[in-house]
Ligand binder design. Structure first.
Ligand code: DX5
Ligand code: ZN
Length: 231
């Protein structure tokens, strides 16, 4: 087994049975719970806010990985951390003062992350690498679960892994999100991804979330991680 972590996205879960869905993936070996926050402005969809983070906090001890797909995220970060977020990821495209935002997340005691859309280059983050705990390479355009993986994303993950290594960010988590399933997992792990977010592949698995998570774990275990480190 590699050190690659799995972060089920509850966006694809049955919200009427959210506690049971979370218990299932926790028992099956999930590492983090990924919560997708969408505002209907930065992305077309609207999902959940701090109230749901607070509810999820009460039913799991796993780290809560909150992905903010919202305009002006600085207005909301305190409330999400107050609700129990362990990790807060903002989008580069929404933060004109990104260094300040990351510093603020750290000062609140949470782990700061930055996400980049498919059209945003990895080198746009070069100046903030020392302040990052996590870099999220979006492998779909954010806004909805169940979208098709963008094939050029794998090479982008490789470039992100190389950039992190070159710029003193070897310990920064490299997360991927969107269209992650047993088919895309091997190349993502080989490219150096260290945290896989998956919604549909886990919660919409025909045999249930436990089986979905187990299948992804197997795909990870069968793949040599971080091949670029050995080039
Ligand atoms: C997309 C979200 C993802 C989404 C992934 O905007 O950030 O976390 O839930 O869903 P799947 O795994 O179904 O692509
Ligand atoms: Zn997400």
């Amino acid at each position: 087994m590699t050190g690659v972590k799995l972060a089920p996205s509850i966006l694809a879960a049955d919200f009427a049975r959210l506690a049971d869905e979370i218990a299932a993936v926790e028992e099956a070996g999930a590492h983090w719970i990924h919560v997708d926050v969408m505002d209907g402005h930065f992305v077309p969809n609207i999902t959940v806010g701090p109230v749901v983070v607070e509810a999820v906090r009460r039913v799991t001890a796993l780290p809560l990985d909150v992905h903010l797909m919202v305009e002006k995220p600085d207005r909301h970060i305190d409330r999400f951390v107050g609700a129990g977020a362990d990790r807060v990821t903002v989008h580069q495209e929404t933060c004109p003062h990104l260094h300040r935002t990351l510093d603020h997340i750290s000062r609140l005691g949470a782990s700061p992350g930055v996400a980049i859309n498919p059209s945003t280059p990895v080198h746009s983050l070069v100046e903030v690498i020392p302040y990052l705990d996590l870099l999220l390479v979006m492998t779909v355009n954010p806004g909805f679960g169940g979208q098709a993986f963008i094939p050029t994303s794998t090479a982008k993950v490789l470039r992100a892994r190389d950039l992190l290594r070159e710029r003193g960010g070897a310990s920064v988590e490299l997360q991927v999100d969107g269209g992650v399933d047993v088919g895309t997992t091997p190349s993502l792990v080989e490219a150096g991804a260290s945290v896989l977010v998956a919604g549909s592949a886990i919660f919409r698995h025909p045999e249930g979330a436990r089986e979905g998570l187990r299948a992804l774990r197997e795909a990870v275990a069968a793949t040599p991680p971080g091949a670029p480190l050995n080039r």
